[in-house]
Design a protein around this ligand. Structure first.
Ligand code: A2P
Length: 322
């Protein structure tokens, strides 16, 4: 089935963050073979060439057609200036070996000084990692300039849909005031410890779809030393009780909660069994009581916070949510 509108974005997508280039082509191929029809990529993940190879192999093997696959990517922080937005998308399309993206998102509401492709790709957060005291170099680019360039990409058909990630409600109100073409989707961190109810509600009120990244919460951050194994949502008694009653896994309960509250979710697993089980979570039906019980776990716990990691890892204090 081809996608007709932003509302057709498949509910469970496969996330490509932190998948090393050496295993990425095979992982993408296996994900598509397993049934995923929504891939969540980004320039900054540093693996778009390999993602492209995995996609092309799956298409060549007839597993699905290009029209049946939803591919999202994201504009990196160093390409916010109007003149850099089109080349950034072109580079992503070239790496992915695609003619168009289904969705292109501004990755962060953070503009950093431009770094040419030849200097470093992807440029990541440091302006110059080789100096004795590397740090981020914010650039004075209004988000409205970047958005107007995103609008052009949609008009040209290079991105079927456009949207933003990691925007707060204040930035979203502002965007709705200056846009000519409205954003169609907001991607944010959301899981039972960070339900973001007001932001999700506001996005929907403005007609945006919402995608939740890190839908399993802390699990994504253990390998980065940004969370500990023992704070997993999957260990919560309420989640375990629902899982045993519905005879499914705790992860499926948490993903089903994300889908049933009206967000799509992007999740990755390198384990074939979990890959399959995560995709099947979209079919699990939770009762209203179950949904409320899981929502009550909220503690506004954000794992992916530039106000914390930019200082810790990139030597630069740069909060965006506070
Ligand atoms: P694994 O690949 O070993 O399954 P992200 O939020 O960045 O997509 O990462 C998800 C994290 O959660 C990964 O560390 C992944 O590890 C783990 N994970 C994914 N699916 C499941 C699942 N069904 N049960 C338990 N852990 C999972």
């Amino acid at each position: 089935m081809a996608f007709e509108s932003i509302k057709d974005i498949p509910a469970v997508g496969f996330g490509l963050w932190k998948i090393g280039p050496e295993i990425c082509e095979d992982t993408v191929y296996e994900a598509i073979k397993c049934g995923y029809r929504h891939l969540d990529a980004a320039c900054d993940y540093g693996n778009e060439v390999e993602v492209g190879r995995g996609i092309q192999r799956a298409l060549a093997d007839g597993i699905c057609t290009r029209e049946e696959l939803w591919v999202t990517s994201k504009l990196w922080n160093t390409y916010h200036r109007a003149e850099h937005v089109t080349p950034a998308l072109d580079r992503t399309l070239n790496d992915l070996q695609l003619e168009y993206l289904d969705l292109y998102l501004i990755h962060f509401p953070i503009a950093l000084e431009f770094v040419p492709f030849e200097t470093r790709y992807p440029p990541e957060w440091f302006f110059d990692p080789d100096t004795s005291d590397p740090c981020m170099k914010p650039s004075r680019v209004p988000l409205s300039d970047t958005w107007h360039s995103m609008e052009k990409l949609k008009a040209e058909g290079k991105a079927k849909h456009i949207g933003v990630c990691n925007y707060s409600s204040g930035l979203l109100h502002d965007l709705m005031n200056y846009c000519t073409t409205p954003p169609e989707l907001l991607q944010i961190e959301s899981h039972p410890y960070l339900t973001q109810e007001k932001l999700v509600r506001l996005a929907k009120q403005y007609g945006l779809e919402v995608t939740a990244f890190s839908p399993l919460g802390s699990l994504s951050y253990v390998e980065l030393d940004m969370a500990s194994q023992d704070e997993s949502i999957l260990e919560q008694a309420v989640v375990q009780e629902i899982a045993s009653r519905l005879e499914c896994s705790a992860a499926q309960v948490v993903l089903a909660w994300g889908v049933q509250r009206g967000t799509s979710v992007v999740v990755k697993s390198m384990n074939p069994e979990r890959m399959e089980q995560n995709l099947a979570a979209a079919e699990i039906e939770l009762s209203e009581n179950d949904i409320q019980a899981i929502s009550a776990l909220n503690q506004n716990r954000r794992y992916n916070d530039p106000g914390v990691f930019c200082e810790g890892a990139f030597n630069t204090f740069h909060p965006i949510y506070d």
